[in-house]
Design a protein around this ligand. Sequence first.
Ligand code: F6R
Length: 633
Amino acid sequence: MTTETLSRPRTDQAGQAIRNTKIPTVVFENSRQVDRHVAIVVESLIRENNSAGAPTVLGLPTGSTPIGVYRELIRLHREEGLDFSNVITFNLDEYWPMPPDSIHSYNRFMRENFFDHVNVPEENIHIPRGDIPIEDVDKFCDEYEREIERAGGIDVQLLGIGRTGHIGFNEPGSDRRSPTRMVMLDPVTRMDAASGFFGEENVPFQAITMGVGTILRARKVILMALGEHKAPIVRRAVEEEITPEVTASFLQSHPQATFVVDSASASELTAVKTPWLVGRVEWTPALEKKAVIWLSQLEGKPLSKLESRDFFEYRMHDLVRRHGGPERIRERVFDAMQETICSTPAGTDERKTVIVFSPHPDDDVISMGGTLIKMAEQGHDVYVAYVTSGNIAVFDHDAMRHTDYVREFLEMFGLDSEESRALDERIRLAMASRGPGEPDDPEVLKIKGLIRKTEATAGAVAAGVPAEKLRFLDLPFYRTGEVKKKPIGEEDVAIVADLLRELNPAQIYVAGDLSDPHGTHRMCAEAIIKALRVVEEQGIEPETWLYRGAWQEYEPHEIERAVPLSPEVLLKKKMAIFKHESQKDRALFPGHDPREFWVRAEHRTKNTARVYNELGLPEFYALEGFVRFQGQL
Ligand code: F6R
């Protein structure tokens, strides 16, 4: 392989140090290993300094990326006595204006996710203040820099990376020497923050951030990245030239900077994506398939027309020499791809019980609606289990419209009562008095959940699954009313396990996303996988397939089953997606893709069909791709 194993003391899983990057980059299989590795680096430094009686100065980020590291550090504090009493912290940034107790403030984030659970002395905690008047900002920023100096400088600076390539809130154009200062947020950054603020219009335009210069003065820098959506910017930062357009690229000039990333965010790195281009590789069947499909796409030739010189031009001599020559290679990859095509995904021999687990109420039809329609049409017993209520993704105006409807409905039929009027009053008041970006009142959340439930029912029925085969699991981990969720607990797992026991399915479908913006899909998958382990002992072992949610498609070489959709089935799928009215026209959670869900669904499935066609496989109208679950995501 082009990568070499990097083993470090006390790291239970070894990362791989990637070659050909301008910043040392270590890749771990999954986010938990990244969390553990980074936590261990911090832990070792603190313990070393504690035993020498010296303070440890940490630079800390917020956002979704470091949450797991904070959890692991909290665990080390509670269970392994890691002492933070001589730790001094400086946070990277804070929105401005922003009261420190707001649910959106980084101050509150840090307290809830870290400081409330460890023993960093209050006077050692420094977080830029979002509640100071504009005229005091410059003075505050100068003082922040001096505080860092007085503390002796930052020992380890942890960072995330934004899709703009920002570190801290140093957006494109920031100077290499920039100090702590007030900045304008990039539109991409505001869009990424939008769902957390329940709408882009609520996201502040400005922030106070440590500068690039401040970050570069830290003695050691660790940048973490998790998820496929970070893959392009990670590659840009570590493989291309230093540019103020990608402020993370300035870390190339830091002698002690490392990127610690999961395999999803490393997927665009040259040594990961096309390892045969940068050195010797061990040719496995999976790598052969990946390389040959890549070659075919690059050359714009179907598999059957690839020639020896195409292989030689792109450093595949070894493959050709040792694995049977171009003829055999072409045949093998062609056959492997051909075998993925399957128009009867639940089989033909008997009526099977199938459960499609849909993380949110619309993922079933958006991501595998065609397959759902076909399985139902082919006479299988298809159930859909909606894992969460999806209630936070409904706009107030939609909830209000439904409330109006119910009030008028009750009045029209003389069914209104004192109770119904009082409830109506309460709901209107709750919606009117909610501040911008504040979470909903529990009764309003119920209404929003109900809207999504009725839409899901209409969508599934349009796909041919009757209402009595729908299960609304409403898992507890999601019931926070906020974007932030609780970790998966026993109750979540028990609910899924009960369903598996009750239906004893032959086949199940799970959203296997690595890039869901808020991690809900990943958490749903975690609950289902844990439940599978529980019921396995009772002999319940369904064939498990993964599908991709609305954010990303599987790469062609990954697809293990491709279900062809006819124009009629694709149209029916779109009609089912249309039932999710509350998610149309600027849905709250579009993720990083501005297209409407039905447009994405159509593009995705037609694109997969185009790829198959261009590889020289049969030409289909549209295809839905699946991957067999192999024990972990
Ligand atoms: C947060 C910060 C930002 C984030 C970056 C990634 O304090 O300074 O640079 O690290 O936007 O955010 P997540 O981790 O949410 O993807």
